[in-house]
Ligand binder design. Structure first.
Ligand SMILES: NC(=O)c1ccc[n+]([C@@H]2O[C@H](COP(=O)([O-])OP(=O)(O)OC[C@H]3O[C@@H](n4cnc5c(N)ncnc54)[C@H](OP(=O)(O)O)[C@@H]3O)[C@@H](O)[C@H]2O)c1
Length: 335
Protein backbone atom coordinates (compact mmCIF):
# COMPACT_ATOMS: atom_id res chain seq x y z
CA UNK A 1 0.00 0.00 0.00
CA UNK A 2 0.99 3.66 -0.29
CA UNK A 3 1.85 5.26 3.04
CA UNK A 4 3.62 8.27 4.51
CA UNK A 5 6.51 6.87 6.55
CA UNK A 6 8.80 8.54 9.10
CA UNK A 7 12.14 6.73 9.60
CA UNK A 8 14.01 9.41 11.58
CA UNK A 9 13.34 12.75 13.24
CA UNK A 10 14.35 16.05 11.63
CA UNK A 11 11.07 17.80 10.80
CA UNK A 12 8.40 17.46 8.10
CA UNK A 13 10.98 16.86 5.32
CA UNK A 14 11.65 13.44 6.88
CA UNK A 15 8.15 12.28 5.90
CA UNK A 16 8.21 10.21 2.68
CA UNK A 17 5.60 8.54 0.51
CA UNK A 18 6.56 4.85 0.26
CA UNK A 19 5.28 1.40 -0.64
CA UNK A 20 4.63 -0.24 2.73
CA UNK A 21 3.40 -3.69 3.64
CA UNK A 22 -0.43 -3.75 3.89
CA UNK A 23 -1.37 -4.67 7.48
CA UNK A 24 -3.53 -7.68 8.37
CA UNK A 25 -6.25 -7.43 11.04
CA UNK A 26 -5.26 -9.47 14.11
CA UNK A 27 -7.62 -10.99 16.70
CA UNK A 28 -10.29 -8.45 17.74
CA UNK A 29 -9.12 -5.94 15.12
CA UNK A 30 -10.54 -4.49 11.91
CA UNK A 31 -8.76 -3.51 8.71
CA UNK A 32 -9.95 -0.08 7.58
CA UNK A 33 -9.53 1.22 4.01
CA UNK A 34 -8.78 4.85 4.81
CA UNK A 35 -10.50 7.35 2.51
CA UNK A 36 -9.60 10.54 4.38
CA UNK A 37 -7.19 11.32 7.22
CA UNK A 38 -6.42 14.63 8.95
CA UNK A 39 -3.49 16.37 10.63
CA UNK A 40 -2.99 17.15 14.27
CA UNK A 41 -0.12 19.19 15.68
CA UNK A 42 1.07 15.92 17.22
CA UNK A 43 1.99 14.57 13.77
CA UNK A 44 4.35 17.51 13.28
CA UNK A 45 5.75 17.32 16.83
CA UNK A 46 6.65 13.65 16.18
CA UNK A 47 8.68 14.54 13.07
CA UNK A 48 10.60 17.01 15.24
CA UNK A 49 11.30 14.43 17.94
CA UNK A 50 9.16 16.42 20.40
CA UNK A 51 7.33 13.35 21.69
CA UNK A 52 8.35 10.70 24.21
CA UNK A 53 9.08 7.14 23.06
CA UNK A 54 9.15 7.62 19.29
CA UNK A 55 9.54 4.33 17.37
CA UNK A 56 10.71 3.93 13.75
CA UNK A 57 9.58 3.33 11.12
CA UNK A 58 6.16 4.78 11.83
CA UNK A 59 3.17 5.85 9.74
CA UNK A 60 1.74 8.97 11.45
CA UNK A 61 -1.91 10.08 11.45
CA UNK A 62 -4.45 9.85 14.28
CA UNK A 63 -7.60 10.88 12.40
CA UNK A 64 -9.27 8.66 9.85
CA UNK A 65 -12.52 7.93 8.06
CA UNK A 66 -13.07 5.10 5.59
CA UNK A 67 -14.78 1.76 5.18
CA UNK A 68 -14.32 -1.55 6.98
CA UNK A 69 -12.25 -3.76 4.64
CA UNK A 70 -11.97 -6.89 6.81
CA UNK A 71 -12.68 -8.26 10.28
CA UNK A 72 -9.90 -10.03 12.18
CA UNK A 73 -10.71 -13.21 14.14
CA UNK A 74 -13.37 -12.52 16.80
CA UNK A 75 -13.92 -8.87 15.83
CA UNK A 76 -17.48 -7.56 16.07
CA UNK A 77 -18.97 -4.17 15.19
CA UNK A 78 -19.63 -2.35 11.92
CA UNK A 79 -19.90 -4.76 8.96
CA UNK A 80 -17.44 -5.03 6.09
CA UNK A 81 -18.19 -2.12 3.72
CA UNK A 82 -19.64 0.13 6.47
CA UNK A 83 -18.59 3.78 6.50
CA UNK A 84 -16.73 4.41 9.76
CA UNK A 85 -14.61 6.78 11.84
CA UNK A 86 -11.80 5.70 14.18
CA UNK A 87 -11.43 6.62 17.85
CA UNK A 88 -7.64 7.23 18.05
CA UNK A 89 -7.45 6.64 21.83
CA UNK A 90 -6.41 3.08 22.78
CA UNK A 91 -6.72 1.55 26.24
CA UNK A 92 -8.09 4.47 28.27
CA UNK A 93 -8.90 2.05 31.11
CA UNK A 94 -11.63 1.92 33.76
CA UNK A 95 -11.14 5.29 35.46
CA UNK A 96 -13.18 8.04 33.74
CA UNK A 97 -11.09 10.65 35.59
CA UNK A 98 -7.73 9.80 33.94
CA UNK A 99 -6.25 7.51 31.31
CA UNK A 100 -4.21 4.40 32.11
CA UNK A 101 -0.45 5.04 32.07
CA UNK A 102 0.06 2.50 29.26
CA UNK A 103 -2.71 3.87 27.00
CA UNK A 104 -1.59 4.96 23.51
CA UNK A 105 -2.72 6.96 20.47
CA UNK A 106 -3.13 5.92 16.87
CA UNK A 107 -0.28 7.17 14.66
CA UNK A 108 2.68 6.35 16.94
CA UNK A 109 3.59 3.94 18.34
CA UNK A 110 0.87 2.12 16.37
CA UNK A 111 0.88 2.83 12.61
CA UNK A 112 -1.63 5.55 11.76
CA UNK A 113 -3.97 6.78 9.06
CA UNK A 114 -1.62 8.46 6.54
CA UNK A 115 -1.88 5.22 4.55
CA UNK A 116 -4.30 3.33 2.35
CA UNK A 117 -5.02 0.85 5.16
CA UNK A 118 -4.81 0.79 8.94
CA UNK A 119 -5.68 -1.85 11.54
CA UNK A 120 -7.34 -0.87 14.82
CA UNK A 121 -9.13 -2.65 17.70
CA UNK A 122 -12.78 -3.24 16.75
CA UNK A 123 -14.04 -1.23 19.74
CA UNK A 124 -12.36 1.87 18.26
CA UNK A 125 -14.41 1.63 15.04
CA UNK A 126 -17.65 3.69 15.01
CA UNK A 127 -20.28 4.28 12.33
CA UNK A 128 -19.73 7.62 10.58
CA UNK A 129 -22.41 10.20 11.53
CA UNK A 130 -24.60 10.12 8.41
CA UNK A 131 -24.94 13.89 8.09
CA UNK A 132 -21.17 14.44 7.87
CA UNK A 133 -19.21 13.92 4.65
CA UNK A 134 -16.20 11.59 4.81
CA UNK A 135 -13.90 14.62 4.77
CA UNK A 136 -15.76 16.21 7.69
CA UNK A 137 -15.81 12.94 9.64
CA UNK A 138 -12.04 12.57 9.17
CA UNK A 139 -11.57 16.05 10.63
CA UNK A 140 -13.18 15.34 14.01
CA UNK A 141 -11.76 12.29 15.89
CA UNK A 142 -8.73 13.48 17.89
CA UNK A 143 -9.61 17.18 17.97
CA UNK A 144 -13.28 16.53 18.63
CA UNK A 145 -12.54 14.10 21.44
CA UNK A 146 -10.08 16.51 23.07
CA UNK A 147 -12.35 19.53 22.64
CA UNK A 148 -15.48 17.69 23.81
CA UNK A 149 -13.84 16.54 27.04
CA UNK A 150 -12.25 19.98 27.58
CA UNK A 151 -15.47 21.96 27.02
CA UNK A 152 -18.07 19.62 28.53
CA UNK A 153 -16.68 16.76 30.65
CA UNK A 154 -14.04 18.88 32.37
CA UNK A 155 -15.21 22.45 31.62
CA UNK A 156 -18.93 21.81 32.33
CA UNK A 157 -19.81 24.49 29.76
CA UNK A 158 -23.39 25.85 29.85
CA UNK A 159 -25.32 28.71 28.30
CA UNK A 160 -24.43 30.84 31.34
CA UNK A 161 -20.71 30.80 30.52
CA UNK A 162 -18.52 33.43 28.93
CA UNK A 163 -15.82 31.28 27.31
CA UNK A 164 -12.32 32.38 26.23
CA UNK A 165 -10.62 30.33 23.49
CA UNK A 166 -7.06 31.66 22.86
CA UNK A 167 -5.43 30.82 19.49
CA UNK A 168 -8.62 29.99 17.63
CA UNK A 169 -6.73 28.93 14.49
CA UNK A 170 -5.92 25.58 16.08
CA UNK A 171 -7.72 22.45 14.96
CA UNK A 172 -8.92 21.61 18.47
CA UNK A 173 -9.93 25.18 19.29
CA UNK A 174 -12.19 25.50 16.23
CA UNK A 175 -14.03 22.40 17.45
CA UNK A 176 -14.17 23.82 21.00
CA UNK A 177 -15.79 26.93 19.52
CA UNK A 178 -18.49 24.84 17.84
CA UNK A 179 -19.15 22.92 21.05
CA UNK A 180 -19.30 25.99 23.32
CA UNK A 181 -21.69 27.71 20.89
CA UNK A 182 -23.85 24.58 20.70
CA UNK A 183 -24.23 24.86 24.51
CA UNK A 184 -25.40 28.47 24.08
CA UNK A 185 -22.35 30.08 25.73
CA UNK A 186 -20.95 33.49 24.78
CA UNK A 187 -17.51 32.92 23.21
CA UNK A 188 -14.51 35.23 22.95
CA UNK A 189 -11.66 34.10 20.68
CA UNK A 190 -8.14 35.40 20.02
CA UNK A 191 -5.87 34.83 17.03
CA UNK A 192 -2.73 36.17 15.36
CA UNK A 193 -4.67 36.77 12.16
CA UNK A 194 -7.66 38.97 11.24
CA UNK A 195 -8.60 36.51 8.49
CA UNK A 196 -8.85 33.68 11.06
CA UNK A 197 -10.87 35.92 13.36
CA UNK A 198 -13.35 36.56 10.54
CA UNK A 199 -13.69 32.81 9.95
CA UNK A 200 -14.20 32.28 13.69
CA UNK A 201 -16.98 34.88 13.68
CA UNK A 202 -18.61 33.02 10.80
CA UNK A 203 -18.53 29.90 13.02
CA UNK A 204 -20.33 31.80 15.79
CA UNK A 205 -17.63 33.57 17.86
CA UNK A 206 -19.22 36.58 19.60
CA UNK A 207 -16.02 38.60 20.15
CA UNK A 208 -12.77 38.26 18.16
CA UNK A 209 -9.49 39.86 19.29
CA UNK A 210 -6.14 39.91 17.49
CA UNK A 211 -3.50 39.10 20.12
CA UNK A 212 -0.72 40.33 17.82
CA UNK A 213 -2.10 43.78 16.95
CA UNK A 214 -3.96 44.54 20.19
CA UNK A 215 -1.99 46.73 22.60
CA UNK A 216 -3.19 44.55 25.47
CA UNK A 217 -5.26 41.55 24.41
CA UNK A 218 -5.95 40.31 27.93
CA UNK A 219 -7.34 43.72 28.93
CA UNK A 220 -9.54 43.64 25.83
CA UNK A 221 -10.81 40.17 26.76
CA UNK A 222 -11.55 41.25 30.32
CA UNK A 223 -13.51 44.27 29.07
CA UNK A 224 -15.44 42.27 26.47
CA UNK A 225 -16.33 39.56 28.98
CA UNK A 226 -17.83 41.87 31.59
CA UNK A 227 -15.63 40.89 34.51
CA UNK A 228 -13.55 38.07 33.05
CA UNK A 229 -14.31 34.76 31.32
CA UNK A 230 -16.05 32.12 33.46
CA UNK A 231 -14.48 29.30 31.42
CA UNK A 232 -11.12 29.34 29.62
CA UNK A 233 -10.00 26.46 27.38
CA UNK A 234 -6.32 26.80 26.49
CA UNK A 235 -3.56 24.96 24.65
CA UNK A 236 -1.29 27.90 23.86
CA UNK A 237 0.44 27.79 27.25
CA UNK A 238 3.31 30.14 28.14
CA UNK A 239 2.44 33.77 28.75
CA UNK A 240 -1.04 33.30 27.27
CA UNK A 241 -1.91 30.79 29.99
CA UNK A 242 -0.48 33.03 32.72
CA UNK A 243 -2.47 36.04 31.51
CA UNK A 244 -5.60 33.94 31.16
CA UNK A 245 -5.40 33.12 34.89
CA UNK A 246 -5.03 36.82 35.68
CA UNK A 247 -8.20 37.79 33.77
CA UNK A 248 -10.37 34.80 34.74
CA UNK A 249 -13.52 35.71 36.64
CA UNK A 250 -13.60 34.72 40.35
CA UNK A 251 -14.72 31.10 40.55
CA UNK A 252 -13.80 30.41 36.89
CA UNK A 253 -12.69 27.06 35.45
CA UNK A 254 -9.50 27.02 33.37
CA UNK A 255 -9.11 23.87 31.26
CA UNK A 256 -5.65 23.10 29.83
CA UNK A 257 -5.00 20.56 27.08
CA UNK A 258 -1.68 21.76 25.63
CA UNK A 259 1.24 24.16 25.88
CA UNK A 260 2.27 25.03 22.33
CA UNK A 261 4.37 28.05 23.36
CA UNK A 262 6.03 26.38 26.35
CA UNK A 263 6.04 26.77 30.11
CA UNK A 264 4.24 29.46 32.07
CA UNK A 265 5.29 31.59 35.04
CA UNK A 266 2.02 31.88 36.91
CA UNK A 267 0.91 34.00 39.85
CA UNK A 268 -0.53 31.81 42.63
CA UNK A 269 -2.45 34.88 43.90
CA UNK A 270 -4.66 34.81 40.78
CA UNK A 271 -5.58 31.22 41.52
CA UNK A 272 -6.20 31.23 45.27
CA UNK A 273 -7.71 34.69 45.66
CA UNK A 274 -10.20 34.12 42.87
CA UNK A 275 -10.63 30.44 43.84
CA UNK A 276 -10.07 29.28 40.26
CA UNK A 277 -10.23 25.63 39.23
CA UNK A 278 -7.39 24.58 36.90
CA UNK A 279 -8.38 21.39 35.10
CA UNK A 280 -5.94 19.35 33.04
CA UNK A 281 -7.33 17.23 30.25
CA UNK A 282 -6.02 14.96 27.49
CA UNK A 283 -7.90 13.07 24.79
CA UNK A 284 -11.03 11.43 26.29
CA UNK A 285 -12.85 8.29 27.36
CA UNK A 286 -14.82 6.01 25.03
CA UNK A 287 -17.95 7.68 26.49
CA UNK A 288 -16.57 11.15 25.57
CA UNK A 289 -15.94 9.93 22.01
CA UNK A 290 -19.46 8.50 21.69
CA UNK A 291 -21.01 11.69 23.08
CA UNK A 292 -18.94 13.80 20.65
CA UNK A 293 -20.14 11.74 17.67
CA UNK A 294 -23.74 12.00 18.96
CA UNK A 295 -23.44 15.78 19.13
CA UNK A 296 -22.32 15.89 15.50
CA UNK A 297 -25.05 13.44 14.49
CA UNK A 298 -27.84 15.39 16.17
CA UNK A 299 -26.84 19.04 15.63
CA UNK A 300 -26.09 21.21 12.63
CA UNK A 301 -22.43 21.88 13.49
CA UNK A 302 -19.72 21.16 10.91
CA UNK A 303 -15.94 21.11 11.46
CA UNK A 304 -13.82 23.87 9.91
CA UNK A 305 -11.62 22.42 7.13
CA UNK A 306 -8.67 24.53 6.03
CA UNK A 307 -7.69 22.50 2.97
CA UNK A 308 -7.73 18.98 1.56
CA UNK A 309 -4.35 17.69 0.29
CA UNK A 310 -3.43 14.43 -1.46
CA UNK A 311 -1.30 11.87 0.41
CA UNK A 312 1.82 12.80 -1.57
CA UNK A 313 1.56 16.39 -0.27
CA UNK A 314 1.60 15.45 3.42
CA UNK A 315 5.25 16.58 3.95
CA UNK A 316 4.56 20.05 2.46
CA UNK A 317 1.31 20.37 4.41
CA UNK A 318 3.13 19.43 7.64
CA UNK A 319 5.56 22.28 7.01
CA UNK A 320 2.67 24.72 6.45
CA UNK A 321 1.13 23.59 9.77
CA UNK A 322 4.47 24.30 11.45
CA UNK A 323 4.28 27.81 10.00
CA UNK A 324 0.82 28.17 11.64
CA UNK A 325 -1.18 29.48 8.70
CA UNK A 326 -4.11 27.07 8.85
CA UNK A 327 -7.59 27.66 10.27
CA UNK A 328 -9.16 24.44 11.43
CA UNK A 329 -8.23 21.05 10.08
CA UNK A 330 -5.96 20.05 7.22
CA UNK A 331 -7.52 16.92 5.69
CA UNK A 332 -5.60 14.29 3.67
CA UNK A 333 -7.35 12.57 0.73
CA UNK A 334 -6.10 8.99 0.53
CA UNK A 335 -8.32 7.60 -2.26
N1 LIG B 1 -3.68 16.84 25.49
C1 LIG B 1 -4.25 16.38 24.40
O1 LIG B 1 -4.92 15.36 24.38
C2 LIG B 1 -4.09 17.19 23.15
C3 LIG B 1 -4.88 16.88 22.02
C4 LIG B 1 -4.75 17.66 20.88
C5 LIG B 1 -3.84 18.72 20.87
N2 LIG B 1 -3.07 18.95 21.96
C6 LIG B 1 -2.11 20.07 21.98
O2 LIG B 1 -2.85 21.26 21.79
C7 LIG B 1 -2.10 22.19 21.00
C8 LIG B 1 -2.92 22.59 19.78
O3 LIG B 1 -3.10 21.45 18.96
P1 LIG B 1 -3.76 21.59 17.51
O4 LIG B 1 -3.61 20.29 16.83
O5 LIG B 1 -5.11 22.21 17.65
O6 LIG B 1 -2.71 22.63 16.90
P2 LIG B 1 -2.74 23.56 15.64
O7 LIG B 1 -3.95 23.23 14.80
O8 LIG B 1 -1.41 23.46 15.05
O9 LIG B 1 -2.97 25.01 16.30
C9 LIG B 1 -2.06 25.71 17.06
C10 LIG B 1 -2.61 27.14 17.25
O10 LIG B 1 -1.96 27.72 18.37
C11 LIG B 1 -2.12 29.12 18.28
N3 LIG B 1 -0.95 29.83 18.78
C12 LIG B 1 0.34 29.59 18.52
N4 LIG B 1 1.10 30.50 19.17
C13 LIG B 1 0.25 31.31 19.85
C14 LIG B 1 0.42 32.45 20.73
N5 LIG B 1 1.62 32.94 21.01
N6 LIG B 1 -0.69 33.01 21.27
C15 LIG B 1 -1.92 32.52 20.99
N7 LIG B 1 -2.12 31.47 20.15
C16 LIG B 1 -1.05 30.89 19.61
C17 LIG B 1 -2.31 29.46 16.82
O11 LIG B 1 -3.53 30.14 16.74
P3 LIG B 1 -3.75 31.40 15.77
O12 LIG B 1 -3.27 30.91 14.44
O13 LIG B 1 -5.20 31.65 15.83
O14 LIG B 1 -2.92 32.53 16.25
C18 LIG B 1 -2.33 28.09 16.13
O15 LIG B 1 -3.30 28.02 15.11
C19 LIG B 1 -0.77 21.49 20.69
O16 LIG B 1 0.17 21.88 21.66
C20 LIG B 1 -1.12 20.02 20.83
O17 LIG B 1 -0.01 19.22 21.12
C21 LIG B 1 -3.20 18.23 23.09
Amino acid sequence: MQAIVLRETGGPSKLHLEEFETPVAGPGEMLIAVHFAAFNRRDVFITQGLYPGIVFPVIPGSDGCGVVAAHGPGASGPAVGASVVINPMFGWGDNPRVWRSDSTLLGMPRHGTFAEYVTVPAENVHPKPARLSEQQAAAIPLGGLTAYRAVFTRGQCTQDDVVLLPGIGGGVQTLALLFAKSAGARVIVTSSSDAKLERAKALGADVAINYKTSENWSKDVRAASGGGPTLIVDSVGGETFAKALDIARPGARVVVYGGTTGDAKIRPFSIFWKQIDILGTSMGTPADFAAMLKLFAESTIEPAIDEVVPLAEVPAAAQRILDGNQFGKVVVAIR
